[in-house]
Design a protein around this ligand. Structure first.
Ligand code: N01
Length: 547
């Protein structure tokens, strides 16, 4: 292990030796990657984190109703029996504060914080070919040199505030859900506008409506949603999880999406229409992402998907009292689950409240923000005191391309990904030796229960580095032909699904003006992906070049 001293001079910090690794980000992935490299391999590691605490996406997303859509007992690390036994989740889905408590519990239990530099946002990371090291510089000018650069920046960490003319003139307060104030926002007595009806907006609206004097939801693309059916976990269930975690882990690792339940082994048209309706009703009652697992062909056969879509649109019409509002909510143009399927607590019911209104900004787009509120193209005006942007993220690539990453021959990551992200296995970009991207584009990532995808990546990266060290190999880089083949494979796999039919989805980069339209996550399923990665490793890291 290298011994590293850090010196502070003129407010700057500079490593005086070469660290083994710099990890960027202290969320689920950065914490485990630090533990794996430091405590398993004995490496010198520095984590750099922009926030003043651990948590990653959960540190920033403190909006009302923020809660994970994965079930608690699966939204956690599975690598440590001790962590599993010593933590208790309180509800079926973990709320944001509870996830923060959990990640702090893990960081403290594994003594991780001493190797994390908080309040340190990376401004540049440059590969030095002559020395085969990465020089990483923070916005404040602190400098770190390391053999490996590992990005653990999450997939949804660069907030997207749409460039609507006039925002700077707005006299009220505005917030993005992904950069929510720590002290919270008091909506009482306020007229609130919420723009966006993705997973976040669908969680936030019912909670905001409870305290605001009035909430207007501006919906551009209607969305499906299934009731989460959240509630407290019983002591019996918690004990069941502790006693059966090996089996739960086995299921999570063997399914497409890394959840603790399997996808039914039946096709939509294997059953009669009456039977199908019964299956959908039961799945609706069970709630959450389990609805998607009712049939195995929902994401590959449009006609099969249409049956689920029709069921869910009818549910909206049943729940929402006002027929006009129900129609705006139910006019959904994409297959169910081709965009990330939201789950909710009383979302559609919220539109039955007297203090809530829905505005269709697909029919009449937002034209500007005025000092008083929101103006549509038709000239209609909505005076408000607060605007909540639930408008999502520059997903998967946004944070990476903003980090000033420069590889061999001065190539920037932005240049390398000008036409969309290109890499091998979602793990390494050709031209960027010794850099690994945890849950990068091209990996299953956001299509999965994230901790399961993260653990697979962290363990693969750790094994790869161990392999190199055992053999005195100092450099690893994805071969260009491996990248070409992988990108082709991801595209072919996506084309065999219904995902591309949601042409406005952030999976395709369509939510960011000018972003190349490329299907970014790997849609072949986590189990298949794991098998591919394992085979690559077993063949001596086939497709990578060692030197
Ligand atoms: O963001 P989104 P999100 N004018 O991009 C609308 C994860 N997540 O924060 O669809 C008007 O999905 C936009 O409209 P359209 C999860 O993976 C996880 O909700 O582009 N509207 C859309 O309605 C999720 O998928 C949990 O037409 C505008 C909304 O804003 C991901 O985060 C919980 C607009 C953005 O939806 C992102 O979800 C919550 C404009 N100019 C979220 N610009 C978990 O449980 C955008 N919109 C783990």
């Amino acid at each position: 292990m290298n011994s590293i001293a850090t010196t502070a001079s003129g407010g700057d910090t500079e490593t005086t030796g070469v660290l083994d690794a710099v990890i960027v980000g202290a969320g689920f992935s950065g914490l485990y990657q630090l533990h794996a490299l430091r405590d398993r391999l004995g490496l010198s590691v520095q984590v750099l984190e922009a926030a003043d605490g651990v948590g990653g996406t959960w540190y920033w997303n403190r909006y009302p109703g923020a809660r994970c859509d994965s079930e608690s007992h699966s939204y956690c690390y599975s690598f440590s029996e001790e962590l599993l036994q010593d933590w208790e989740w309180s509800e079926r889905y973990p709320g944001q504060p509870e996830i923060m408590r959990y990640l702090n519990f893990v960081a403290d239990r594994l003594d991780l914080k001493r190797d994390i530099r908080f309040n340190t946002r990376v401004a540049a990371a440059e590969y030095d070919e002559a020395r085969n090291v990465w020089h990483v510089t923070s916005e404040a000018g602190d400098r770190f040199t390391a053999r490996y650069l590992i990005t653990a920046v999450g997939c949804l960490s660069t907030a997207n505030v749409p460039a609507i003319p006039g925002l700077e003139s707005f006299a009220g307060a505005w917030y993005h859900t992904g950069l929510w104030p720590h002290e919270g926002v008091d909506f009482s007595g306020k007229r609130v506008a919420q723009i966006g009806t993705g997973s976040t907006g669908i969680q936030a609206a019912p909670v905001i409506a409870e305290s605001a004097s009035h909430l207007t939801v501006f919906q551009r693309t209607p969305n499906y949603s299934v009731p989460a059916r959240n509630g407290p976990l019983t002591p019996e269930f918690r004990q069941y999880v502790k006693d059966n975690f090996d089996e739960i882990r086995r299921i999570m690792r063997s399914t497409t999406n890394g959840h603790p339940f399997t996808i039914a082994d039946r096709s939509v048209f294997d059953v009669s229409p009456e039977e199908r309706l019964g299956i959908y009703e039961a799945a609706w009652e069970t709630g959450g992402l389990r609805f998607r697992a009712a049939f195995r062909d929902l994401l590959t056969d449009r006609k099969a998907n249409d049956t689920a879509a029709e069921f869910l649109m009818n549910k909206i019409r049943e729940i929402v009292n006002d027929a006009g509002t129900a129609e705006i909510l139910a006019k959904i143009d994409h297959p169910y689950a081709a965009k990330r399927p939201p789950i909710d607590t009383d979302y559609f019911e919220t539109f039955n409240r007297d203090n809530v209104a829905l505005v269709d900004v697909h029919a009449d787009p937002i034209e500007s923000i005025t000092p008083a509120g929101i103006r549509l193209r038709s000239g209609a005006e909505y005076p408000v005191d607060v605007i909540v942007f639930a408008t999502g993220f520059d997903a998967m690539t946004g944070t990476l391309t903003r980090m000033g990453i420069r590889g061999r021959d001065g190539l920037t990551l932005t240049e390398a990904w000008e036409a969309g992200p290109r890499n091998y296995l979602g793990l390494q970009v050709t031209g960027f030796p010794n850099m690994f991207t945890v849950t990068g584009p091209g990996s299953p990532s956001v299509l999965c229960n994230m901790p399961v995808a993260i653990e697979q990546h962290v363990e693969w990266i750790t094994d790869c580095i161990a392999y190199m060290r055992e053999r005195g190999i100092e450099r690893v880089e994805a071969l260009p032909e491996s990248t070409d083949r992988w990108v082709e494979h991801v595209n072919e796999t996506a084309a065999a699904t219904l995902f591309p039919e949601a042409h406005h989805s952030w999976y395709l980069g369509a939510n960011i003006p000018g972003k190349p339209r490329v299907f970014m996550p790997y849609p072949g399923g986590l189990a298949r992906y794991r098998a591919i990665c394992d085979e690559v490793a077993a063949k001596g890291y086939e497709g990578f070049e060692f030197s």
